[in-house]
Design a protein around this ligand. Structure first.
Ligand SMILES: CC(C)(CO)[C@@H](O)C(=O)NCCC(=O)O
Ligand code: NA
Length: 636
């Protein structure tokens, strides 16, 4: 990039950016030396299971709202219009289902790692497969997250690329390794506030500079950036209502339902109700986050439409362009460029800190502890800290891998979520909703799901055909006059892209469908293999690991048909809670917390719904948790 076009940081900007790192570090130190001083894994990895719903919900948003969303979404809106905004529709079911299906099942099993569930429901082998898949997904994703803001900052201000990567990576590693999950959650709260503040500042300044709200609206409307509801059913169309609003539900489920980062936060909540409440509170905040990013894209369009900056930024992606515009708008307003850069890095820090902590948790709980059941708490805690440290350093190496890829960061992140997160979601759905699925089926299903999603994902990268990209007309031509607007629009709508055929068509499946596609592949393969190898009988399934989805969906059907459909029937609600007792062979292997005097987990306070609750319906839903029929032969 031509140095004369570089934007410059003032001292105030450096100070603000430095304050972000210092404040995050201070929160980490505070939690390292307060409370239980991080001397147990319960505190380090689970925040003593004592968190309230407000910090948990802000932390839930922060986990998957990275710099990718802060600059990737505005870039998407700037170039392709507001269609992506419809992903907000997916948040409804994408959060209700985790709140009422996944949280009740997982919380009551008193897990530490989400993948413990897979051993309780299937077998050790399935658990290891789930864990390894999660580690793979998260390690790649955190590379993208730490690289993105550093890359943009470098392209625009010439700030040392690897210096920024190292500074963020190391600071984050330190506060995560010292302060544990409490530090991660409370820095998330702080960083989420900075994130919102930075975006809001850009929007306000941008609107003022482009002549007010109505002027912004006129320009984006005439620039054809307000997308209507695109109901095109073609699954290769990158972003439509169907790919975003329906495919997006599965993406959301894989993130907010079964991803360790999020499950760990639910489990850290004081009570199950707090966990459910935090999931509800994610909804408005996530809509706000999405809206801020989308509006930012529109404001940038109104302010810069027609200006071509490719000569100044080189062939670097649209992602760098977003930061360029922002810095350009904020020049001469001391402190604001620093605030926005702090916003960008806040988003990155809050995501990678979640990754370090969740990776340390699964490595400890799923891969190490089961082999060393006698390990002392002090040793386990020290090892967990070392693991958080190790993953922090690995993140730096992964940033370099990201450096070698050349796709829009939003697209890369969403592809990883779909390709790897989708099959894991399928595994949990297979276990919860299909009691007859067995362990062989689960492993085969996961293998098939991963193979298919990597086939289509890698195919799309190699052939560069992920979703037919809408034409992106240069907005200058459109904005020249109102007459050209309609003329151009007509011309554009007449252009038909040649449809890919055969395998090429398979490769051009929209990445927004990856999660759903691989989830269903896992379920289908899993069921087929289970029926061939001998389906499980209902009484062989660990109580409390299934959810009577079909029993509830098809409540109206007669009992015998439901039985044939192989649904678990949601009956005898009050009795079912008492049934969650782990069979003897699942106990004492370091998997499940030990209960004194053979107490079953349901008898601990956290499990018993308070009696003064206002919502009877909610209680009933809770009691129906496992939805299993009561087996007389089981001891009470
Ligand atoms: C993950 C979603 C879809 C949730 O709204 C959104 O935050 C998003 O588009 N994120 C992009 C990926 C990232 O921020 O790393
Ligand atoms: Na984040």
């Amino acid at each position: 990039m031509d140095p004369s076009n570089q934007k410059h940081f003032t001292v105030v900007d450096y100070v603000i950016f430095g304050l972000l790192l210092a404040a995050s570090m201070a929160i980490g130190l505070y939690h390292a030396f307060s409370g239980g001083r991080q001397r147990t894994t319960q505190e380090f990895l689970m925040a003593d299971r004592s968190m309230g719903c407000l910090p948990v919900s802000l932390s839930l948003i922060a986990s998957f709202q990275s710099a990718v969303a802060i600059i990737g979404v505005p870039a998407e809106i700037y170039t392709h219009g507001t269609q992506y905004w419809f992903i907000g529709c997916a948040y409804v079911l994408g959060l209700l289902i985790p709140a009422h299906v996944f949280i009740p099942v997982l919380y009551r099993l008193r897990l530490s790692s989400a993948y413990q569930y897979l051993e309780l429901r299937f077998s050790k082998a399935v658990r290891i497969c789930g864990t390894l898949t999660f580690i793979f997904q998260t390690v790649i994703y955190m590379g993208v997250c730490v690289y993105t803001p550093a890359f943009a900052l470098n392209a625009v201000t010439g700030f040392e690329l690897w210096g920024a990567v190292l500074a963020t990576g190391l600071v984050c590693t330190l506060y995560t390794a010292m302060g544990g999950l409490k530090a991660v959650i409370w820095t998330d709260v702080f960083q989420t506030v900075v994130m919102f503040a930075g975006q809001l500042a850009v929007i306000v300044v941008g609107v003022l500079q482009s002549g007010g709200v109505s002027e912004v609206w006129r320009k984006v409307w005439e620039g054809n950036r307000i997308s209507g509801l695109d109901l095109n059913p073609d699954p290769t169309e990158r972003h439509t209502f169907w790919t975003l609003g329906v495919g997006g539900i599965f993406l959301m489920l894989s993130l907010y339902g079964v991803n360790q980062s999020q499950v760990q936060r639910y489990l850290s909540a004081r009570t199950e109700k707090e966990a459910v409440r935090s999931c509800y509170m994610v909804f408005p905040s996530l809509q706000l986050a999405l809206s801020l990013s989308c509006v930012m894209g529109l404001v940038m369009f109104a302010r810069y439409c027609g200006e071509d900056h490719t000569d100044k930024l080189g062939p670097s992606s649209h992602d760098a362009m977003v930061l360029y515009f922002v810095m350009d708008m904020l020049q001469g307003l001391p402190g604001l460029p620093g605030l926005f850069v702090a916003c960008l890095f806040s988003a990155a820090l809050s995501t990678i800190s979640s990754s370090f902590n969740s990776l340390a948790t699964v490595t400890m709980e799923d891969l190490i502890k089961p082999h060393f059941p006698a390990m002392t708490e002090a040793k386990a805690t020290l090892l967990s800290k070392a693991l958080a440290m190790f993953y922090g350093l690995l993140c730096l190496a992964m940033a370099y891998v990201t450096h070698l890829m050349g796709e829009s960061v939003l697209q890369v992140a969403l592809k990883i979520f779909g390709m790897v997160g989708g099959p894991v979601l399928g595994l949990f759905c297979l276990g919860m909703f299909f009691p007859s699925a067995n362990s062989t089926g689960a492993v085969a299903g996961l293998g098939a799901g991963l193979a298919l999603s990597f086939w289509v994902g890698i195919g799309s990268i190699v052939t560069r055909s992920s979703g037919t990209r809408p034409l992106s007309p240069t907005c200058r031509a459109i904005l020249l006059s109102d007459n050209t607007t309609t003329a151009m629009q007509t011309a554009l709508s007449n252009v038909t892209l040649s449809r890919p055929s055969g395998l090429k068509r398979f490769y051009s499946l929209s990445y927004m469908w990856y999660s759903a596609f691989s989830c269903f592949s896992v379920i289908l393969t899993g069921l087929i293999i289970s029926f061939i190898t001998g389906p499980l009988k209902e009484e062989d399934v660990t109580p409390g690991t299934t959810y009577a989805l079909f029993g509830k969906l098809f409540r109206f059907l007669p009992e015998h048909i439901k039985k044939q459909l192989c649904c678990v029937t949601p009956t005898e609600q009050t009795a079912s809670l008492q049934q969650i007792q782990l069979p003897p062979h699942k106990e004492g292997n370091g998997l499940v917390p030990q209960y004194e005097d053979g107490q079953s987990p349901v008898e601990t306070d956290a499990f018993l719904p308070e009696t003064n609750t206002p919502s009877v319906e909610f209680e009933t839903a809770l009691l129906q948790l496992s939805g299993r029929t009561c087996h007389e032969e089981m001891p009470h």
